[in-house]
Design a protein around this ligand. Structure first.
Ligand SMILES: Nc1ncnc2c1ncn2[C@@H]1O[C@H](COP(=O)(O)OP(=O)(O)O)[C@@H](O)[C@H]1O
Ligand SMILES: [Mg+2]
Length: 358
């Protein structure tokens, strides 16, 4: 009875007119708080860049000019000279700065366009957090239309992630996916091609980074930047305090004399620093298990929980959650790209809540 999910979507349906095939194509977009990815049936993942855009401060003829987007703009965060303004347009999975989001999407879509020769218009399938309000959804649609979309479909991020993780979403058996992104954690219980329960909290990798910044300032008296904190988290981070010890050096500014100081940070420091946001994620997963339909919870007890999103790569996270939940917990293959690959595949399988702009 389970409908099989396509792994990758062919770009156009054979019934499209020649005009349609030349001038229209489809894209799946994961507009994340930390990273934006674009997937096309032909090219696979064609854009995978940090969600950052850097503006020039001076306004020319009433318009703002973009100095850089993506990785180049991310490097400028926290170190830009006075004439540059790096911005992260997304916060907690939704648009926080509309003009910046519009510029960023337009630039990324330009990079993804298969044949720049033709001014082709794309149908966008965009992942949105389950907790996004109608106003936030509309903002995402409008930004996509401004970037040249002729049609916009929104897909719940949990469903997209589950499809991308290869879970049997169309089957009657329930599965649970926990997507830990930059600014949100999305929890979805999925069965029969839809979302039976979804939960979303505004806690993700950014909150881990901020917790590390606070911890290092309080314990070592050194102020480090968020990018340094993120680097520490990715290199020696662990969800478990009793993980094997690793150490690394980090440089920041001493609170005492304002001068640069290098300190040694241990795995245990990171585990302690992130304990609070980590527990918030655990509590949200427990709440989902308590509130999801009982039959599906029984299924999840057998099939376990799948983690996606960049936060899933935190050291020893599956073991931490498995210990606390007494369930199997595993990380999906390529967790950072699950949502966008799943959105592309789901668009082809017709699992979408369509919204059409002509
Ligand atoms: N190895 C890692 N360990 C811990 N966190 C990681 C690792 N790799 C990436 N991350 C975190 O994952 C988050 C980005 O995940 P992503 O799924 O791209 O988020 P979003 O969908 O919100 O853009 C960032 O907070 C980043 O620091
Ligand atoms: Mg995401």
């Amino acid at each position: 009875m389970a409908r099989s999910m396509p792994q990758a979507s062919p770009n156009q349906s054979p019934t499209q007119s020649l005009f349609g095939r030349l001038f229209r194509y489809s894209l799946a977009v994961d507009l994340g708080t930390a990273n934006t990815l674009i997937y096309t049936g032909d090219g696979g993942i064609v854009v995978n860049q940090p969600s950052v855009v850097c503006f020039l401060k001076q306004v020319v003829e009433g318009r703002r000019r973009v100095a850089a987007v993506g990785s180049e703009a991310k490097q400028m965060l926290g170190r830009a000279p006075g004439n540059l303004e790096p911005v992260r347009p997304m916060r907690h999975g939704v648009i926080a700065n509309f003009p910046a989001a519009e510029h960023m999407i337009r630039q990324f879509v330009e990079m993804a366009r298969p044949r720049p020769f033709f001014a082709r218009r794309a149908a966008f399938t965009i992942c949105v957090p389950g907790g996004a309000t109608q106003v936030e959804r509309r903002a995402i649609r409008e930004a996509a239309v401004a970037a040249g979309a002729w049609k916009v479909n929104l897909i719940d991020e949990s469903l997209a992630s589950a499809v991308g993780a290869g879970l049997p979403v169309s089957s009657a058996t329930g599965s649970m996916v926990v997507d830990i992104g930059g600014g949100t954690t999305e929890i979805g219980v999925i069965a029969l091609g839809g979302i039976a329960y979804s939960g979303s909290i505004r806690v993700g990798g950014d909150q881990f980074d901020q917790a590390i910044v606070n911890y290092v300032r309080n314990v070592y008296g050194v102020v480090v930047g968020e990018q340094t904190a993120e680097h520490v988290k990715k290199t020696i981070g662990s969800a478990l305090r009793d993980a094997p010890e690793q150490k690394m050096c980090a440089t920041g500014r001493s609170v005492d004399d304002g001068l640069p100081r290098t300190i040694e940070i241990r795995t245990q420091d990171v585990a302690e620093a992130i304990a609070v946001p980590l527990r918030q994620i655990l509590v949200a997963v427990k709440a989902a298990l308590e509130n999801a339909p009982p039959e599906l919870v029984t299924d999840i007890a057998n099939t376990g929980v799948v983690l996606t999103g960049g936060g899933a790569l935190l050291g020893h996270l599956p073991r931490y959650l498995a210990n606390e939940l007494a369930l199997d917990v595993r990380v999906a293959d390529e967790p950072l790209t699950c949502a966008v690959r799943g959105a592309g595949a789901a668009a082809e399988a017709g699992l979408l809540d369509a919204f059409v702009y002509e």
